[in-house]
Design a binder for this molecule. Structure first.
Ligand code: SAH
Length: 428
């Protein structure tokens, strides 16, 4: 089961496939598959990643059918909760109605929403975002796996736990180890999309990375690169080798703050790279760190608006978690409510995009995942780094390092089902 229900390819037109899931139609790019009309296929992020033998697909579809329609009902009922909220004062209610009618909100309106701390207003905001998500994406959701393959990093970012001047145990996974972790995630755990993440580590030459991507692509999976600021040439080579998505946050839209937090780096270079990657045809997951020291309230709005301007296919904003033995270790942690507001406002600003619940937000609060999914988010990530390396990838300190991917998959599946979400591709 899990992570992508197959659908039947019913039409191909201009490289775009129409896929039928129990009568519901979604569209996806053909990708590398040589799928034909009538085939059963799996898509991720709006790209076909693999063909599924008919017998296997029909078995899966059969097993899912009843649940599929049941889940839709659960999701719809939760989204309809919005109607129950009446006790919210005029201006806030007016703005929420405007958002609900899909009208674009002004900067001042966004500011007002992000400023609220009132419980009823927050409920209305989260429910409105959830309702927009449900109307726009139905109950589709995606779950990606992430392999953290090296914690060596050339950079010395003030916020980051793997900055090069921090004294931690370092590791690099070999090509074989990375490919075998991916193989396990795809064949045993059924992932259809994998993020390959590391510090900025030039030990992995273009050749090495291309060889890894080429082998993992063969498994029929969408590959996300999360390797930081590498040359355009590197990314182009990896696109040609078969990677089709990137996860590269701009971290903050505030230029001064960016330069302070990322010594010797320029915001415009990072943005230039993100724009280049979008143009090349990568699906782009980008965003920022929420709760960085020195931010002002306008920065949060600017961050969300910049994510949209960059054409993010997926919004990925992390909750900044202060890390011991880094310059920002004493900074106050952002609250769950603030991150939920950012989640909901992102959904309102960008109805079509995917909104990810970041793993750092999940670390911040046990109920974060569920609450974010009910405030406009529709994507999750599960760590599939081999257990021996997990505890060493210390971008920030996590509580769950001993937790096995299999257990997390069960937790996530149970949660998604309890909220009525189904793992079918969101389409394009
Ligand atoms: N080196 C790559 C990818 C690894 S870092 C890059 O620069 O893109 C992945 C993400 O971890 C970063 O984009 C940053 O937003 C996030 N991160 C770093 N330190 C963090 C912290 N202390 N708390 C939460 N997220 C953090």
């Amino acid at each position: 089961m899990c992570y992508a229900i197959p659908g039947k390819l019913i039409k191909i037109e201009n490289n775009v496939a129409t896929i039928d899931y129990y009568g519901e139609k979604k569209r996806a790019l053909i990708g590398f598959t040589n799928a034909k009309e009538g085939d059963y296929v799996c898509a991720q992020g709006g790209i076909l990643v693999t063909r599924i033998p008919e017998k296997e697909a029909l078995e899966t579809l059969d097993a899912w059918e009843e649940l599929f329609f049941e889940l839709k009902k659960i999701d719809k009922n939760l989204a309809d909760k919005r109607r129950d909220i009446k006790s919210v004062p005029g201006e806030f209610l007016r703005i929420m109605e405007k958002a609900n009618r899909r009208l674009e909100l002004t900067r001042d309106e966004l500011k007002l929403i992000l400023g609220t701390r009132d419980k009823d207003e927050l409920n209305l905001l989260f429910n409105t975002a959830n309702s927009i998500r449900q109307r726009e994406h139905d109950n589709s959701s995606c779950v990606h796996g992430i392999i953290e393959f090296s914690n060596y990093c050339d950079r010395n970012c003030l916020y980051c736990g793997i900055r090069n001047s921090r004294d931690i145990d370092r590791y690099r996974m070999s090509e074989e180890e990375i490919v075998s972790a991916a193989d396990y995630a795809v064949k045993k755990l059924n992932f259809k999309a994998l993020v390959l993440q590391s510090g900025e580590d030039p030990w992995y030459s273009d050749e090495k990375l291309a060889a890894i991507v080429t082998r993992i692509k063969e498994m029929g999976v969408l590959i996300f690169l999360s390797i930081g600021e590498r040359d355009q040439r590197t990314y182009k080579r990896l696109f040609d080798a078969g990677a089709r998505a990137v996860l590269l946050r701009f971290e903050t839209s505030n230029e001064k703050l960016f330069e302070k937090l990322r010594p010797a780096r320029k915001l415009e270079d990072r943005l230039g790279l993100i724009r280049y990657l979008k143009e090349l045809g990568f699906l782009v997951a980008t965003g920022f760190l929420a709760g960085l020291p020195g931010e002002i309230s306008d920065d949060v709005i600017n961050n969300i608006i910049l994510t949209k301007e960059l054409g993010a296919d997926m919004y990925s904003f992390g909750a900044f978690i202060p890390v011991e033995n880094t310059p920002l270790e004493r900074h106050e942690l952002i609250s769950k409510e603030e991150v939920l507001k950012i989640t909901a406002v992102s959904r309102i600003v960008d109805k079509k995009a995917n909104v990810l619940v970041s793993t750092s937000f999940e670390t911040l609060d046990k109920s974060a995942r569920k609450e974010a999914l009910l405030a406009g988010a529709n994507s999750l990530m599960i760590n599939v780094t081999p257990p021996s390396y997990r505890a060493l990838y210390r971008i920030y300190d996590r509580r769950d390092d001993a937790y096995k991917a299999e257990n997390e998959i069960k937790d996530v599946t149970d949660l998604l089902f309890s909220l009525g979400r189904a793992p079918i591709d969101l389409g394009i």
